[in-house]
Design a protein around this ligand. Structure first.
Ligand code: FAD
Length: 463
């Protein structure tokens, strides 16, 4: 009998039939993530409903030498949750319990499969939130957020997921169950495995539960949308806003091509009368309206922007946010898209942008390039749509060439080839531009100590 068959025979004695699927359409669905850039190929999908079941599955997989792919909401953009070699997908979506909240400690217990937005909704009536927020929150899971150290639109104020996880229950490939850091705010007793799990992309262990840190929901927010004549002006506005407002909670950007993509795809009007080369979405928390109006006056007086508006009510705020949050979906819809997610030190953004914009225009005029992202964190998303007339193989070849140039420039600016989407399978070839050979060796040693047989999410981050 093949190893996978003997494994599945054992699993059938451990799980209910509705927790195991080998149906072709489900295999296709669960073996894929949002990047849609790889051909899915899984042998089975399992849906455990407790940490004990995850432990039993991993013990059996370890014994039978079957490779396991941890899977959450599959909104990842780097192929981290994709099965391509007939592995078994372990979907955590049924471990979706939320609660209880401890109001004194400001902590929340959640299952790894809890949906990010459902966590927000659970906390909101108590005036609390888990401040990790981005466009895919309606589908992404807490386990996936932790495994990718998700960033998002409020990193400028709250930081990444890493800052908001107090403890985790983790099952390692041999089936052992660990409670990393329990729920301790302070714990200086050696290596912090909880933090090691954050951003490990399912290669070291499977997160089944977490204790999240919460914070108060802002009492109020103000949302602005500006058009600007250049990237230079965008950064001047950013410097100005950062100095003036202590409660800047988002500073996001999109170029004109990205805005056009949103307005066309969602049939929305242009948000401002005067178009710009680039646009900024700015959000302030707990800021006095009069104070904001006065600063807005200064912004116009100093000629920092071409045009701008401030949302007058909750509906308008949502509407303005949609111009930014709808960008990825609008560009991806119905197109083959090559995606990059890079970062450089904020102080070097201007020079970096100038160089890459010029390089794409000169060397790759055949591309339609979109720039948008979390500019306040030095993080740009660069999406390239395949021209309709171009063969896919040619597009792949050309984007490989453009990536090489982009990564060389990034290396020069000491930037990152993956700011927040992780490495997965798709960015593996580029990791050496951002991490030294010595660091990669240390990573391999860590991987070996957690998973000596290399069965957990094999081939992700490292070969
Ligand atoms: C429209 C759109 C906008 C996005 N915007 C942002 C953004 O602003 N910021 C950002 O950071 N990301 C963004 N993303 C990417 C993505 O949503 C995040 O990476 C998210 O954290 C992935 O969560 P998930 O549950 O979907 O994980 P999945 O895609 O299912 O998995 C991601 C990785 O985590 C591993 N994993 C999943 N669950 C577990 C677990 N329980 N234990 C161990 N490993 C696990 C998987 O093996 C894989 O390596 C966006 C994606 C889309 C589609």
């Amino acid at each position: 009998m093949k190893t996978i068959d003997s494994f599945l025979t054992e699993i059938r004695s451990l799980l209910n039939p509705n927790q195991i699927s080998t149906e072709a359409s489900e295999l296709q669905f669960y073996a894929q993530d949002w990047s849609k850039a790889l051909t899915p190929n899984a042998s089975a999908v399992l849906f455990p409903e407790s940490t004990a079941e995850v432990s039993a599955i991993l013990k059996s997989a370890h014994f039978h030498a079957v490779a396991i792919i941890p899977s959450g909401g599959r909104t990842g953009l780097s192929g981290g949750a994709v099965a391509t070699q007939g592995e078994v997908v372990l979907s955590l979506i049924r471990l979706n319990a939320i609660g209880p909240i401890h109001e004194g400690a400001l902590t929340l217990q959640v299952g790894a499969g809890a949906i990010t937005e459902a966590v927000h909704q659970y906390c909101a009536p108590l005036g609390l939130t888990w401040p990790v927020d981005f466009a895919s929150k309606g589908s992404s899971t807490i386990g996936g957020n932790i495994a990718t150290n998700a960033g998002g639109v409020r990193v400028i104020r709250y930081g990444n997921t890493r800052n908001w996880v107090l403890g985790q229950t983790v099952v390692t490939m041999n089936g052992e169950v660990h409670h990393f850091n329990q729920e301790l705010e302070k714990n200086n007793t050696g290596y912090d495995f909880r933090q090691l799990m954050v951003g490990s992309e399912g290669t070291l262990g499977i997160i089944t539960e977490a204790t999240l840190k919460l914070c108060p929901l802002p009492r109020s927010t103000l949302v602005f949308f500006f058009s600007l004549e250049s990237f230079d002006s965008l950064l001047s506005l950013f410097r100005f806003a950062r100095k003036k407002f202590s409660n800047l909670s988002a500073f996001e950007c999109l170029d004109h091509a990205s805005l056009q993509s949103v307005t066309e795809h969602f049939h929305k009007p242009m948000p401002l009368q005067t178009p710009g080369k680039v646009y900024a979405l700015m959000e302030l928390e707990n800021t006095n309206f009069e104070e904001a109006e006065q600063v807005l006056g200064e912004i116009f007086e100093q000629g920092l922007v071409l045009d701008g508006i401030m949302a007058q009510n909750e509906k308008e705020k949502k509407d303005l946010w949609h111009y930014r949050e709808g960008v990825a979906e609008s560009i991806l819809s119905g197109h083959s898209v090559h995606q990059e997610d890079v970062s450089v030190p904020v102080a070097l953004l201007n020079q970096f942008y100038g160089e890459i914009e010029q390089r794409y225009a000169e060397a790759f005029p055949q591309f339609k390039v979109f720039f948008f992202g979390h500019i306040g964190d030095g993080n740009l998303h660069i999406f390239i749509q395949k021209p309709e007339a171009m063969e896919f193989t040619q597009f792949k070849k050309d984007t490989q060439a453009s990536d090489h140039e982009l990564f060389k420039i990034l290396e020069h600016f000491k930037g990152s080839v993956s700011a927040e989407h992780g490495i997965g399978l798709l960015k593996k070839h580029a990791i050496h531009f951002s991490r030294s050979p010595q660091e990669l060796l240390l990573m391999k040693a860590v991987k070996l100590s957690f998973d000596p047989k290399g069965l957990l999410n094999p081939g992700k981050i490292l070969d």
